[in-house]
Design a protein around this ligand. Structure first.
Ligand code: PLP
Length: 392
């Protein structure tokens, strides 16, 4: 009998991928499925970005690169960070990784072990909890409440810190709620963290510029007092519609940078070179396509919110960022995961049940509005019809 380590019994999943697989299966069987499940832009990577990768390949950029990423890519990230946050970051603190997830993996592995506690948002991106459990650390959920506009409360977060807390994970703009943490709340949290110098912070800012109505997300980088214990996760996947390229970056304090570099050498060696050249073109090139995409997301966002709020038993806050809506479905009488599953199987609408993002996700479903306006309207009609025919 093969005996694998117990950690692998504790590792979780991202159910969005299972829903995507089932939706694809049903579509192959000839069913008309509207996919509002997976969190990826439905736009092509802008042409000039793809061209930069093709050119790099043709120029012979196909070998290993430094484990930390090529210097021009790290310099591009430093320029972009300065432009979006006003903060200067040295390329020597920037890592290029294969996507956003490896930063999560590295940071959680660095601080998680039996006896340690790690705070993470609930509802939140499911991989945080999965990885925390993998390390044997205790996952401590930080409630993200609708009545708080889906932002964390600094006071509540600080009250959950114990001497065993090693890492605090934050995410704004947030998946799955679309919430954006107000800057005063972040400032209050940072102030409170002064009393807990043993706590490192992982700030997942992958949706940083994906905000609406003039809302601006506050980067944790703007607080110099925590820079020596702050890891910022970011990447190309969402902003430039590059999920499949597997390209991300993160910013690390000096004393952790060597550790993540070593992990890269042991695990993935480096990110493929053409993708890194594409990443430079994404940052330095025209941003018209990004702006066009955000305008499309914004008008779909209004459509989703208006449509959902018109359905009996459903109420939906207007998301301030990312491209997700997280409506409250309690008054329909349905359990969230049962509803998500029935909507896929019976109404042909793929979306995700809130509990896939944490226990506090019960009573909610997540819709990704990375789909056409026409499909969004059809999906909302289908949800409305389904609920009318299947009251609970
Ligand atoms: N962080 C958050 C909050 C996300 O929603 C996602 C993807 O959905 C990621 C990180 C992972 O990004 P990537 O696909 O670049 O690994």
């Amino acid at each position: 009998m093969l005996q694998t380590v117990a950690a692998f019994d504790r590792i979780g999943e991202e159910n969005a991928f299972a829903v995507l697989a089932r939706a694809t299966d049903l579509a192959h069987q000839g069913r008309d499925i509207i996919n509002l499940g997976i969190g990826q832009p439905d736009f092509h990577t802008p042409e000039h970005i793809a061209e930069a990768a093709v050119k790099a390949l043709r120029d012979g950029q196909h070998g290993y690169t430094p484990a930390t990423g090529i210097l021009p890519a790290r310099e591009a990230v430093a320029r972009r960070t300065l432009a979006t946050t006003g903060v200067e970051v040295s390329p020597d603190n920037i890592m290029i990784l294969p996507g956003g997830k490896p930063t999560m993996f590295a940071a959680i592995l660095m601080f998680g072990e039996p006896g340690a506690e790690i705070l993470y948002p609930d509802p939140g991106f499911p991989i945080y909890r999965s990885m925390i459990e993998f390390t044997g650390a205790k996952p401590v959920p930080v409630p993200i409440r609708e009545e708080n506009g889906f932002a964390f409360s600094a006071e509540e977060t600080l009250s959950l810190i114990t001497p065993k807390t090693r890492l605090l994970i934050l995410n704004s703009p947030a998946n799955p709620t679309g919430g954006v943490a107000p800057s005063e709340e972040i400032a209050k949290l940072v102030k409170g963290l002064e009393a807990h110098p043993q706590v490192a912070i992982l700030s997942d800012e992958i949706y940083d510029v994906m905000t609406y109505d003039g809302e601006k997300a506050t980067s944790l980088l703007t607080f110099p007092e925590i820079r020596d214990r702050l890891i910022v996760l970011n990447g190309w996947s969402k902003t430039w519609a590059m999920t499949g390229w597997r390209l991300g970056w993160s910013i690390w304090p000096d004393r952790l940078y060597g550790l993540v570099r070593k992990l890269a050498v042991n695990c993935w060696s480096c990110v493929n070179a053409p993708a890194q050249y594409a990443g430079i073109a994404a940052i330095d090139g025209p941003q018209d396509d990004v702006e066009k995409m955000m305008r499309a997301f914004d008008s779909r966002r209004r459509l989703v919110v208006e449509g959902l709020n018109g359905l009996p038993g459903i109420s939906c806050l207007t998301p301030k960022g990312a491209f997700y809506a997280f409506p409250n479905i309690r008054k329909t009488g349905w359990k969230a995961k049962e509803l998500a599953s029935a909507l896929l199987e019976e109404a042909g609408v793929a979306l995700i049940g809130g509990p896939d993002f944490g226990v506090l996700g019960e009573g909610y479903i997540r819709l990704s509005y990375a789909n056409s306006e026409e499909n969004i309207l059809r999906a909302i009609d289908r949800v409305g019809d389904f609920l009318a025919k299947n009251p609970r």
